[in-house]
Design a protein around this ligand. Sequence first.
Ligand code: ZN
Length: 143
Amino acid sequence: MSLDDLYKEVILDHYKSPRNKRPLPGATVSKNRNNPLCGDEITVHARLDDDRVAEVTFEGQGCSISQASASMLTEATHGKTVGEADALAREFRGMMEGTVDPDEDAFGDLVALKGVVKYPVRIKCAVLGWDVLQEALGRPAGD
Ligand code: ZN
């Protein structure tokens, strides 16, 4: 199996069995954004406990890349501090812009989205959930 196939399989797995895709009663922040180019929509709910992301879930609809990225995001940022989650969001965006070579251990399944770099119109799909997360954390990335 090629690396591309492996990446595709990881993305499809998150798309078909999304992690933490549910409302979050007790959320302290919820933000929503859409990507009109593709019809993707993502809402991120988080419960912040002091400076920590105690719980994070998402809801949404759209293409496999946007939904898989949001699913991976909830796993990758759970339990992190706001600063750490924001740093990961920046690194992820850097990977999608081709300026950051990710640390595979820190990135886990997120590395699978690296293949999307080859399809510039899909990069917005992959980054959408992270834009919403940063806005929810009060660290908007800007456009
Ligand atoms: Zn999309």
